[in-house]
Ligand binder design. Structure first.
Ligand code: SAM
Length: 155
């Protein structure tokens, strides 16, 4: 029992990035902000507006940046294949919906993005996966993310 408790503790949800996010081992870049995601966030135009989607949302970093930097996003759908990451994103973004003024509507979808998206969007952000969890190269997954995003963007 002691060993089982010790193992379970290794997987505990914990604060990262100076307490800004909750994360846990096993999800993408679990103990840090991914530098590529941070670079993308720095270049998000502040005038992005409307209904947005985040493809492969992980624990919610890019979504949090989008909602912080782009005040005209009124709704956001997160799509993520790893349920453990999606559950973290739900906790990490809870503060945006609880704002005093009307916050954005946020949807959380446990979904394989390569199968397509259920609706069209004004804005799509993504740092697509180009590897499997084992780090094996899978450029086809990232390419498919980009194709799915292109199909789902409103003109
Ligand atoms: C490069 S990470 C980006 C995570 C997060 N958006 C960020 O910027 O830190 C890509 C994410 O895509 C997810 N993913 C991989 N294959 C997927 C699929 N087929 N459908 C949905 N999400 C997938 C991974 O679990 C991972 O969280």
């Amino acid at each position: 029992a002691a060993l089982a408790a010790q193992w379970a503790a290794l997987d505990a949800v914990r604060p990262i990035a100076e307490g800004r996010f909750l994360s846990r081992p096993g999800v993408f870049a679990w103990d840090r902000i991914d530098p590529a995601s941070a670079l993308l966030a720095q270049h998000l135009p502040a005038d992005l507006a409307g209904h947005a989607a985040d493809l492969g949302a992980g624990f919610g970093y890019l979504s949090a940046e989008l909602l912080t930097r782009c005040p005209h996003i009124h709704a956001l759908d997160l799509f993520e294949a790893e349920r453990r990451a999606l559950d973290l994103a739900r906790r990490n973004l809870a503060g945006f919906e609880q704002r005093a003024e009307a916050g954005p509507r946020i949807g959380y979808h446990w979904h394989d993005v390569t199968t397509g998206l259920p609706q069209a969007y004004d804005v799509i952000v993504s740092n697509p996966p180009f590897h499997t969890q084992s780090r094996a190269d899978r450029p086809d997954i990232g390419r498919r993310f980009i194709a799915v995003a292109a199909e789902a963007l409103k003109p």
